[in-house]
Design a protein around this ligand. Structure first.
Ligand code: ATP
Length: 252
C-alpha cells in the first residue's frame, strides 16, 4: 500500500472534523474522497500534508510513518498537492511557477532571484528546467510558458497548478477539487489529465471531488464521508447507490 490511514482523528473545539477514519490507497490507484460540505475531506488532505496535526491515528506513506513528520519534508518524501483555491505566484510566468515547484519547501521571490542570477546555481537550474520542460510538454502548456499567471484563464491556471505539483516528481498527488471553477469541457480535459498522470507518469492520485461525472470517469475506488466519519467505500457505482450516502447528500 502506498498510503495507509489508520483511525485518524482531529478535533477543532467541539467539532470532530475527522473521526476514526481508516483507508488504504494502492500504488497506481485513483482514489476519491466524496461527501457533503463540511464532511472533513479537505481536513484529511491537511492532515496528510501535515498542515494539521492529528489528535489520534496514524498516517503511513510507503511503509514509513509520517504522522508527526514536519510539513516541509512531505514533498521530499513524495507527496504533492493542489488546493481548492489555486495557489500560484500571480506575477511570475508559468515556467517560473513550475520551477518553484521543484523547490516546494522553499519558494518565494528570494528563491526566484537566486535561481536566475547566481551562477553556482545555474547548472542545477538546467536540470530543473529539463524536468519542467517535460511537464510543459506533457500538459501541453508550451503556448503559455512565458505568460504571467495573472493573465491566464482560470482553466489554464488549474492545469499549471497540476504542473507545479508534478514538478516535485511526487509518487502521490493530492488533488483538492480539481474541477472546481471549471466548465463542462474543462472538467472533461481535467479527467484526461488525471488519467494520463496515473497511466503515463505512474503517479498515484487521491482526490477530493464533487463533480460525479469526473468521479465516475477516473476513480478506481471512492470513500464517502459524513460528519468526519466513513459511511461507504468501494467502486464509484457501489458508493453512489449506498443508502447512507444518498441520505447524506439529501441532507436528511
Ligand atoms: P467542503 O466540501 O465544503 O470543502 P470538507 O468536507 O472539505 O468541506 P472540511 O473543510 O474538511 O470539510 O471541514 C470539516 C469540518 O472541520 C468543518 O466543520 C469545518 O468547519 C471544520 N474545520 C476545518 N478546519 C478547521 C480549522 N482550522 N478550525 C476549525 N474548524 C475547522
Amino acid at each position: 500500500m502506498l498510503l495507509e490511514i489508520k483511525n485518524l482523528a482531529v478535533q477543532f473545539g467541539g467539532i470532530r472534523a475527522v473521526d476514526d477514519v481508516s483507508f488504504k490507497i494502492a500504488q497506481g490507484e485513483v482514489f476519491t474522497i466524496i461527501g457533503p460540505n463540511g464532511a472533513g475531506k479537505t481536513t484529511i488532505f491537511n492532515l496528510v500534508s501535515r498542515i494539521y496535526q492529528s489528535t489520534a491515528g496514524k498516517i503511513i506513506f510507503d511503509g514509513r510513518e509520517i504522522t508527526n513528520s514536519p510539513a516541509h519534508r512531505i514533498a521530499n518524501l513524495g507527496i504533492a498537492r493542489t488546493f481548492q483555491n489555486i495557489e500560484l505566484f500571480e506575477n511570475a510566468t508559468v515556467l517560473q511557477n513550475l520551477l518553484l515547484g521543484r523547490h516546494p519547501h522553499r519558494g518565494g521571490q528570494g528563491l526566484l532571484r537566486e535561481m536566475l542570477f547566481l551562477s553556482s546555481v545555474r547548472r542545477r537550474e538546467q536540470e530543473h528546467r529539463l524536468r519542467v520542460e517535460e511537464i510543459i510538454d506533457f500538459l501541453e502548456l508550451a503556448h503559455y510558458r512565458s505568460t504571467s499567471i495573472s493573465v491566464l484563464p482560470y482553466g489554464v491556471r488549474k492545469v499549471v497548478e497540476l504542473g507545479r505539483a508534478l514538478a516535485c516528481e511526487p509518487r502521490l498527488l493530492l488533488l483538492d477539487e480539481p474541477s472546481s471553477g471549471l466548465n463542462v469541457e474543462e472538467t472533461e480535459d481535467m479527467s484526461f489529465w488525471i488519467k494520463d498522470i496515473r497511466d503515463e507518469l505512474g503517479v498515484t492520485v487521491c482526490m477530493v471531488e464533487h463533480d460525479m461525472t469526473l468521479v465516475n470517469g477516473v476513480s478506481d475506488r471512492v470513500l464517502a464521508l459524513n460528519y468526519g466519519r466513513v459511511i461507504a467505500e468501494g467502486t464509484p457505482s457501489v458508493v453512489q447507490d449506498n443508502a447512507e450516502v444518498i441520505k447524506a447528500y439529501l441532507g436528511e
